[in-house]
Write a protein of this length. Structure first.
Length: 317
C-alpha cells in the first residue's frame, strides 16, 4: 500500500492527512495557519507532516495544495492573496524540513483531481470544478488530465470579471466573479438586506444576534431551510450569479460536468436548483446543445488533501 501525505494550506488552517492508494484518508491533523510569516507557515506544514510520518511507515511523498498561483514547475507560490507568500520557494523549504519529495499544487487543482479520481467527477473526462467558499476556486480536468495553463496558474475562475468597476476583490481588481457568487457574497447580500430592510430580514437578524454583522453563512442556510423569504432571496441572488458564471465557462470550455464544492455547496438544492435554472437561462445556444451535469462535490473538505496526496503519488515532476 503506497502512502502519501496530502496537505491543504488555506488562509485559516493547515489540514493534512495520510492517504492510501485507494484515496482513503487514514488519519488527519490540522493547525491554524500563521498567515503573516512565510517561514512560520513552512514550519507548521513540516510539523503536521512529521507528526503523520511518525505514525505510518513507508510514506513516500508529500503533496501541498495551496491557495495561490503556483508556477509551472510546481515549486514556487508566485502570489497568494490570503497568505504571506510572494515568490515563495515552498517546495524546497518543506523538502529540507521533512526529508521527503514534495509536489506543490494550487488547491483548486488538487481538489479537482481528488473529485475526478475518487469523487463526483468519476466517469467524466471533461470536468470543471468550482469551489464556492470564502472566494471561488477552480480546477479543470480535460481528457482525464489536469489543466494548468502555460505558466501553471490556469483555472483561476473566481477572478474573471463579471461587473466592470464592481466590488473590490482581494486580488486587486474589481468586479471579480467571486465577489458575487461565493460564500462571502451570500453573507454580503444578507447583511445588506438586514441593514436596508430589517423588517424583512427579521429571522436573519434573530439568528445573527440582533445585528447585521452577526449574520454568517450557517445562519443564512438555517433560515433558508426554514423557508425564510429573505434568506431564500439571498440564495437566489447568489445562485443567479453562479449560474451565469457557469454558463460563461461552458461557452468557453464545454465540459461534461461542473462539480460544485466549497462551504456554500453544503446548502445543497437551496443553491443547486436556482443555479441550474440560471445556468440554463444564460447558456449560449440553449435548447440546441447538450447540457453538462451540475453536481455537488462528494469528498467535501477532504478533497484537497486526497487530491494533493494522489498527485504526489501519481504525477511527480
Amino acid at each position: 500500500m503506497a502512502l502519501t501525505i496530502g496537505v491543504d494550506v488555506g488562509g485559516t488552517k493547515v489540514a493534512a492527512g495520510v492517504v492510501d492508494d485507494g484515496g482513503r484518508i487514514l488519519e488527519q491533523v490540522r493547525r491554524p495557519t500563521p498567515s503573516t510569516d512565510p517561514q512560520e507557515i513552512a514550519d507548521v506544514i513540516a510539523e503536521v507532516v512529521d507528526l503523520l510520518k511518525g505514525k505510518f511507515e513507508g510514506v513516500r511523498a508529500v503533496g501541498l495544495g495551496t491557495a495561490g498561483f503556483v508556477d509551472q514547475t510546481r515549486s514556487t507560490v508566485l502570489f497568494a492573496p490570503n497568505l504571506a507568500w510572494r515568490d515563495e520557494p515552498i517546495k524546497e523549504k518543506v523538502e529540507n524540513l521533512v526529508g521527503l519529495p514534495v509536489v506543490v499544487e494550487n488547491d483548486g487543482n488538487a481538489t479537482a483531481w481528488g473529485e475526478a479520481r475518487y469523487g463526483a467527477g468519476r466517469g467524466h473526462d471533461f470536468i470543471v470544478l468550482v469551489t464556492l467558499g470564502t472566494g471561488i476556486g477552480g480546477g479543470i480536468i480535460f481528457n482525464g488530465e489536469l489543466y494548468r495553463g502555460r505558466f501553471g496558474i490556469g483555472a483561476e475562475v473566481g477572478h474573471f470579471r463579471v461587473v466592470p468597476d464592481g466590488r473590490r476583490c482581494g486580488c486587486g481588481n474589481r468586479g471579480c466573479w467571486e465577489q458575487y457568487a461565493s460564500g462571502n457574497a451570500l453573507v454580503h447580500e444578507a447583511r445588506e438586506l438586514a441593514r436596508v430592510a430589517p423588517a424583512m430580514a427579521g429571522r436573519l437578524l434573530e439568528l445573527g444576534g440582533g445585528t447585521p454583522e452577526g449574520i454568517s453563512g450557517p445562519e443564512i442556510t438555517q433560515a433558508a431551510r426554514e423557508g425564510d423569504k429573505a434568506a431564500l432571496e439571498c440564495f437566489r441572488t447568489v445562485a443567479r450569479w453562479a449560474g451565469q458564471g457557469l454558463a460563461d465557462l461552458s461557452a468557453i470550455l464545454d465540459p461534461g460536468a461542473f462539480i460544485i464544492g466549497g462551504g456554500l455547496s453544503d446548502a445543497g438544492d437551496l443553491l443547486l436548483d436556482p443555479t441550474r435554472e440560471a445556468f440554463q437561462n444564460a447558456l449560449t445556444g440553449r435548447g440546441h446543445r447538450p447540457l453538462p451535469e451540475i453536481r455537488i462535490a462528494e469528498l467535501g473538505s477532504a478533497a484537497g488533501i486526497v487530491g494533493a496526496a494522489d498527485l504526489a503519488r501519481t504525477d511527480p515532476l
